[in-house]
Design a protein around this ligand. Structure first.
Ligand SMILES: NC(=O)c1ccc[n+]([C@@H]2O[C@H](COP(=O)([O-])OP(=O)(O)OC[C@H]3O[C@@H](n4cnc5c(N)ncnc54)[C@H](O)[C@@H]3O)[C@@H](O)[C@H]2O)c1
Ligand SMILES: O=C(O)CC[C@@H](O)C(=O)O
Length: 531
C-alpha cells in the first residue's frame, strides 16, 4: 500500500505534485493544522505529516499518531514540533535548512532599511495626502555597526549583505569560530560588547531554552542609546514589554519585528508605537523560498518513506539514497545482531560496544549504531525504532561506544556487538555475504555461519555425540521443519552451539522436551524481523 502523507498547512502546490509523482497518497488540507482536535482525530491515518508554522505538533497529537514515521517542516525553525516526544515515539523530524535562508536574510535587511528611514509610516502619511518631509528624518547605514546575534545560515547572509552596505559587523555566536568570523569579515564579540556597541541589532538564533528572552529587560538596558532592533527569527527572543518601554522612553529608536511571542499576533505591546515596523511572519514569504521548501519537503519525505534515505533530520543521522541502498543489508544485520543479544539478555544492559571491521567501518556508522541499539531495546520495548533507540538508551544510562578497524580476517567486513550487564558480557558478530543476506559468523567467540530466519532456535551444550539427532528428532516429533542447521564449537569436547533456522514458531512442549533431555545448557527460541 502506498504511504499516506498529510499536508496540514499552506504549502506550495509543487509539493502535492511531487508526492503524487513519487506514488505517495497525499492529502492536502492546508487549514487542518489550525484545528488541533481535528488534526488529533485524523493523524493516526498517516505515515507522514508536512507542515509550516501553523500546525503545532504536540505530545497529544503524537499520542494519536499511531502510523506516523516522519514529520517534515517546510522551513527552518522546528519549535512548533515537540521533538522529544517525536523522538521517543520513533518519528523522524526533518526541516529544510537552506530553502528560505536568502529570503529571510533579505527580509531582515529590508526591515533594517525600513526602520532606518521610517518607510512604512512615511508611506502611510504620503498615501494620506500629507507631505511630512521633516517628520521622517532617517539615519544612514553606511559606517554604522550592525550587531548580529546568531551567525548561522541566515545570520551569515545578513553579515555578508551588511558588509556590502559598508556597515561594520559584530557577531555574537558561541559556536562561531574566530577563523570563520575572520573569513566572513566580521568581528566575533561577546553579547555585552555587542549590546554596548551596536547601532542596529538583528537576531538570527533559533528559539531554545538558552535563547528565550536573550534580549531581556536587563540586556536592553545595556544597549546603546538610539539602537534599532530587528527580529526576523522567533517571537520570545526579545522581551516585548521591556522593548515597548524602551521605545517609549526613547532609549531604543526603532524596532522592526516579523515574529511575535503570540502568533497570529492580533495584540502586542509593540503595536501602535511610532517607528515600529511589523510584518506578519513574512520572513520566508517569497515565491522562490516557498517553492524551494515545498519541493525539498516533498522530496525528503518521499525519499524516506520509499527508500529509507534520511536528509536534514534533527533526531536521526542522515543516510543518503546511495547509502541506503548499499547500507540496507548492513542496517538489517545490525538490527539482527542487536535483536539476538536483546533476546538473550534478561538483565539490565550497562554498556554496548560495537566493533566495525573492514569495509563496513567506512560506512555511516551513526545509522548502524542506531540499528544495533534499536535491535537490543526492542525486547523490552517493541515500539522502539532507530529514531527512538538512542533516546531510550540515554534515558536508561546505557554507555554506547564504537571501535573501527581495518580488514582483519577472511571477511571483507563484519560487525561485532558486545553487551555488558551486571552479570556478564555477551557478544555476537555478523557479516553480509555477496548475496546481500546477513549471516551470523560468531557467537561467544565460536565461529559459525548462520543465515537469519524469522524463527530460530539457539542451543548451547557440551560437545558430545547425539546433539544433532536429538534436535532433529524432537523438532520432527513436533512437526517443526528445519530450514537450516548450523553448528560450532570452541574445541573438540569443549563448548558447542547450534543455531537452527526453523519454518515456524516452536511449540512450548518442544522446548520443554529439549530441556528435559538434560543435554543442553541453554535452549532459546528467537525471532527476527526479516523482509
Ligand atoms: N521569520 C521567518 O520567517 C524565519 C524564516 C527562517 C528562519 N527563521 C528563524 O531563524 C532562525 C535561524 O535560522 P538559521 O537558518 O540561520 O539557523 P542556523 O542554525 O543556521 O543558525 C543559528 C545560529 O544561532 C547560533 N546560536 C545558537 N544558540 C545561540 C545562542 N545561545 N547565542 C548566540 N547564538 C546562538 C548557532 O550557533 C547558529 O550559528 C531559525 O531557527 C528560525 O527560528 C525565521
Ligand atoms: O513557513 C513560514 O512562513 C515561516 C518559516 C520560518 O519561520 C522558518 O522557520 O523557516
Amino acid at each position: 500500500m502506498a504511504p499516506k502523507v498529510l499536508i496540514s498547512d499552506k504549502l506550495s502546490d509543487a509539493a502535492v505534485q511531487i508526492f503524487k509523482d513519487r506514488g505517495i497518497d497525499v492529502d492536502f488540507q492546508p487549514d487542518l493544522g489550525k484545528d488541533k482536535d481535528k488534526l488529533a482525530a485524523v493523524i493516526g491515518d498517516y505515515d507522514g505529516l508536512a507542515i509550516r508554522s501553523a500546525t503545532k505538533v504536540t505530545d497529544k497529537i503524537l499520542a494519536n499518531a499511531t502510523n506516523l514515521k516522519v514529520i517534515a517542516r517546510a522551513g527552518i525553525g522546528t519549535d512548533n514540533i515537540d521533538k522529544d516526544a517525536a523522538s521517543k515515539k520513533g518519528v523522524i523530524v526533518m526541516n529544510t535548512p537552506f530553502g528560505n535562508m536568502i529570503t529571510t536574510a533579505e527580509h531582515a535587511i529590508a526591515m533594517m532599511f525600513a526602520v532606518a528611514r521610517q518607510i512604512p509610516e512615511a508611506s502611510a502619511s504620503t498615501h494620506a495626502g500629507k507631505w511630512e518631509k521633516s517628520k521622517f528624518m532617517g539615519v544612514e547605514l553606511t559606517g554604522k555597526t550592525l550587531g548580529v546575534i546568531g551567525a548561522g545560515n541566515i545570520g551569515g547572509i545578513v553579515c555578508d549583505r551588511a558588509r556590502g552596505l559598508k556597515m561594520k559587523v559584530a557577531a555574537y555566536d558561541p559556536f562561531l569560530s574566530e577563523e570563520k568570523a575572520k573569513k566572513m569579515g566580521v568581528e566575533k564579540v561577546e553579547l555585552d560588547d555587542l549590546l554596548a556597541r551596536a547601532d542596529f541589532i538583528t537576531l538570527h538564533v533559533p528559539y531554545t531554552d538558552q535563547t528565550a528572552n536573550i534580549l531581556s529587560k536587563e540586556a536592553l538596558a545595556k544597549t546603546k542609546k538610539g539602537v534599532r532592533i530587528i527580529n526576523c527569527a522567533r517571537g520570545g527572543l526579545v522581551d516585548e514589554e521591556a522593548l515597548a518601554e524602551a521605545l517609549k522612553s526613547g532609549h531604543v529608536a526603532g524596532a522592526a519585528f516579523d515574529v511575535f511571542k503570540e502568533e497570529p499576533a492580533t495584540e502586542n505591546p509593540l503595536f501602535g508605537l511610532p517607528n515600529v515596523v511589523c510584518t506578519p511572519h513574512l520572513g520566508a514569504a517569497t515565491t522562490e523560498a516557498q517553492e524551494n521548501v515545498a519541493l525539498q519537503v516533498a522530496e525528503q519525505m518521499s525519499d524516506y518513506l520509499l527508500t529509507g534515505a534520511v536528509t536534514n533530520a534533527l533526531n536521526m543521522p542522515s543516510v543518503t539514497a546511495e547509502e541506503a541502498k548499499v547500507m540496507g543489508p548492513w542496517i538489517t544485520l545490525a538490527g539482527h545482531l542487536g535483536a539476538f543479544i536483546g533476546q538473550m539478555t534478561d538483565e539490565a544492559v550497562k554498556a554496548i560496544n560495537i566493533l566495525y571491521d573492514g569495509q563496513v567501518s567506512e560506512m555511516n556508522l551513526n545509522a548502524l549504531n542506531c540499528a544495533v541499539v534499536a535491535g537490543i531495546m526492542k525486547r523490552a520495548n517493541p515500539d522502539v525504532n532507530m529514531v527512538s533507540a538512542p533516546v531510550v538508551a540515554r534515558e536508561k544510562g546505557i554507555q554506547i561506544s564504537t571501535t573501527n578497524q581495518g580488514k582483519s580476517g577472511v571477511f571483507d567486513g563484519y560487525v561485532k556487538v558486545t553487551v555488558v550487564t551486571e552479570k556478564r558480557e555477551r557478544s555476537i558478530a555478523g557479516t553480509v555475504f555477496s548475496d546481500g543476506k546477513p549471516r551470523f559468523i560468531q557467537i561467544k567467540g565460536i565461529n559459525i555461519e548462520a543465515e537469519v530466519g524469522a524463527h530460530m532456535l539457539y542451543t548451547t551444550n557440551d560437545d558430545v555425540p547425539g546433539i544433532i539427532g536429538t534436535l532433529g528428532q524432537t523438532l520432527g516429533a513436533h512437526d517443526v521443519n528445519i530450514a537450516n542447521f548450523t553448528l560450532g564449537r570452541s574445541t573438540a569436547k569443549g563448548e558447542a552451539i547450534a543455531l537452527l533456522y526453523i519454518d515456524g514458531p516452536l511449540p512450548e512442549k518442544a522446548l520443554k522436551d529439549l530441556h528435559d533431555t538434560g543435554l543442553f545448557k541453554q535452549v532459546k527460541e528467537l525471532e527476527f524481523e526479516v523482509g
